[in-house]
Design a binder for this molecule. Structure first.
Ligand code: NAD
Ligand code: TDX
Length: 332
């Protein structure tokens, strides 16, 4: 497995994976990315040209995908439409990219006998009650809520079927909410950080009681590399770092770290069908593959992330007005 084909490698988590893999492995990397509104060429800047090549294209382009998969030692599949709120406005690119795109990659991997790792989300399991002591495990039944999570669930099930029916050498990982550098400003944490930089009050959906299980993107990357090395074919690994916090706590931590008053935010219209709580039990990953997260202090990771957005305004500024216009149209 020398060369990796990384789909979606110009997006948030994919680009963090490429930076991480260049620093920690010897893999040659080809990134296949369509550079949608969420993909940034600049997220790959500073990487050695002899290690990383960007191909701009669509994962649903069967001819292009076939040629790239034929040359790859393994496929690491991040590319997706990833934002729940967008999926509530227009689900169609979610079905096309997340389902048809994944199918196109699977068919190429089947033809060429290529190792495949599929990146997915804890949202395929639906949500947990706020007072439920339990967490998601690999045995939790699928119960997605939004068009986004339904298409991710569909893509996971395609991967499982290709393993069982065609013997594809594939693994799946379902990770909790990521934070870190290079995340699009439409997402919760960067939206609030860049709002505060702009002198705009953070926006909390509903009462802010919804809980997310935060993990630094670098920890997601180290887990994926470990699964690529030692994961068992056909298995699903849940990735999480015991980072549960409700949205109100996250907004107030951002406000404090950025020198604002704790009540300097606004409540806005809630997301329809808003999942209450996600929580990951990563015992299988920890015990079977010996993985441990590197970031144990959420506040320290958040402070680093705030510093990154302060220092990289040229990266996020072009996204900001369009993202806020979409929120204004949706009442958020
Ligand atoms: P992102 O929106 O930041 O990046 C997605 C990337 O995919 C972009 O670079 C985009 O240009 C590319 N892309 C979209 N459609 C494409 C297509 N048809 N062909 C080729 N490239 C295309 O997303 P992200 O937050 O980095 O998420 C990456 C993956 O991780 C997704 O599969 C997502 O479901 C999964 N995931 C995300 C989180 C999270 O917290 N953000 C958590 C768990 C899992
Ligand atoms: O302005 C906001 N205010 C707010 O309160 C935004 C944008 C969000 N929220 C809330 C909604 C969620 O409860 O914050 C929480 C996090 O929202 P998002 O960043 O949109 O993430 P989420 O919907 O939880 O999904 C994320 O994690 C799982 C990723 O976007 C998905 O790709 C991943 O699968």
């Amino acid at each position: 497995m020398s060369g990796l084909l990384v789909t979606g490698g110009a997006g948030f988590i994919g680009s963090n994976f490429v930076h991480y893999a260049v620093a920690h492995t010897d893999h040659q990397i080809v990134v296949l990315d369509k550079l949608t509104y969420a993909g940034e060429r600049a997220s790959l800047s500073g990487l050695p040209e002899e290690r990383v090549r960007l191909v701009v294209g669509d994962i649903a382009d069967a001819e292009l995908v076939d040629a790239l998969v034929a040359d790859a030692g393994a496929v690491v599949h991040y590319a997706a439409e990833s934002h729940n709120d967008n999926s509530l406005t227009d689900p169609s690119p979610f079905v096309q990219t997340n389902v048809v795109g994944t199918f196109t990659l699977l068919e190429a991997a089947r033809r060429h006998g290529t190792r495949f790792h599929h990146i997915s989300t804890d949202e395929v399991y639906g949500d947990l009650a706020l007072d439920d002591p339990g967490k998601f495990t690999p045995e939790t039944p699928y119960n997605p809520s939004s068009p986004y999570s339904a298409t991710k669930a569909g893509s996971d099930l395609l991967v499982r079927a290709w393993v069982r029916s065609f013997g594809l050498e594939a693994t799946i990982s379902n990770c909790s909410n990521n934070y870190g550098p290079r995340q699009h400003v439409e997402k919760f944490i960067p939206r609030q950080i860049t709002n505060v930089i702009d002198g705009v009050r953070p926006r909390l959906y509903g009462a802010g009681e919804n809980v997310r299980d935060w993990i630094h993107a670098d920890d997601h990357s180290s887990a994926v590399l470990r699964i690529l090395e030692a994961g068992r074919t056909g298995e699903t690994y849940l990735i999480g770092a015991d980072g549960e916090r409700n949205n109100l706590e996250v907004v107030q931590t951002i406000l404090r770290l950025m020198g604002q008053e704790p009540d300097a935010f606004d409540h806005v219209t809630d997301r329809p069908g808003h999942d209450l709580r996600y929580a990951i039990d990563a015992t299988k990953l920890r015990e079977e593959l010996g993985w441990e997260p590197g970031y144990r202090d959420f506040e320290a990771g958040l402070a680093d992330t705030i510093a990154w957005y302060r220092e990289n305004e040229a990266w996020w500024r072009p996204q900001k007005a369009e993202a806020e216009a979409r929120y204004a149209a949706a009442g958020h």
